[in-house]
Ligand binder design. Structure first.
Ligand code: SF4
Length: 289
């Protein structure tokens, strides 16, 4: 089959840094080492970490996750944590290592400044995802998490000073329309779009490539927000079918009936050797009858 390798794709700087930090800690630190949640949202990466001796603590939220750790080292993941989590880890006497992506730290600093200036912040993000949990924790009661239009209708912001910001890995286009909806309710709101460059570039490349292919394969894990958003933007903005796969075994040949060209991209936390295997497999594939 004819395969278009969509670029840029795969690892972003935040994921590369987090993996480097965690591997170094796992190899050089005595005592148990824990990652508080999935270091990055890719099962292959986190399985590899566990093989390197880093224990996974997976809990509904970071604060309760800490309760599962007795001693040793805790790694805060690329998604960042709230100040309350940092304070609790310190009170527990844990050796804390922060692998938060620099782009997420920038959002935390922004929220700290806004809340310090008496703003209320409307934060567009995904409920249950660790990045909003950490960001909202930078201004409890002052940062309002909204995921969709229905949440925006229910907003009750009292301050005259309002700001809008967002999770780094959202859909560029869906976020623009949610920002516009918040602005309808609070025209005075200042907008700080925090979708990171890595997310934006991968989405724009995938949508542009959709015009040249019949179907797009996104290599990434189901817990990866940016991988799932790639599927969404190809379907909604690019107008082509897209499928998320975590590995080769998840490919369904029925997707390729009548298909002449396949686009392949991958989420920001997907190892490149995995994507390479998928590309090689698809290149060797005979078009299904
Ligand atoms: S997707 Fe963006 S915010 Fe998330 S780790 Fe990568 S660069 Fe950082």
């Amino acid at each position: 089959m004819d395969v278009l390798k969509i670029t840029p794709r795969g690892y972003c700087h935040g994921v590369v840094d987090a993996i480097r930090i965690a591997k170094h800690v796992g190899e050089s630190t005595p005592g148990p080492v824990h990652m508080l949640g999935l270091l990055v949202h890719n099962t292959h990466v986190t399985d590899d970490m566990q093989e390197h001796g880093v224990k996974l603590v997976d809990a509904p939220d970071r604060l309760t996750g800490l309760d599962k750790i007795k001693d040793g080292t805790v790694i805060f993941t690329a998604h960042g944590v709230s100040p309350a989590v940092k304070a609790k880890a310190q009170a527990m006497g844990l050796n804390a290592i922060d692998a938060t992506c620099s782009d997420v730290i920038r959002t935390h600093d922004l929220i700290d400044r806004l809340v310090g200036d008496a703003y209320e912040v409307v934060y567009i993000g995904l409920r249950g995802h660790p990045e909003p949990e950490g960001a909202v924790g930078h201004g409890p009661g002052k940062v309002h998490l909204v995921q969709d239009a229905a949440d925006i209708d229910k907003l009750d912001v009292r301050s005259e000073k309002v700001a809008i910001t967002c999770q780094t890995t959202l859909s560029v286009w869906d976020t623009d329309s949610l920002i516009a909806k918040v602005k309808e309710r609070y025209p005075q709101a200042e907008v700080y779009n925090e979708i990171c460059l890595a997310t934006q570039e991968r989405q724009e490349a995938a949508v542009a490539a959709a015009a040249e292919v019949d179907v797009v394969i996104v290599v990434g894990s189901t817990r990866s927000s940016n991988s799932k958003r790639l599927v969404e933007v190809v379907e909604k903005k690019g107008g082509k079918p897209a499928h998320l796969i975590d590995n080769l075994e998840e490919i369904d040949l029925n997707w390729f009936r009548g298909v002449k060209r396949i686009g392949v991209t991958s989420g920001a936390s997907t190892p490149s050797q995995l994507t390479r295997k998928v590309i090689e497999y698809l290149q060797e594939l005979e078009p299904p009858a």
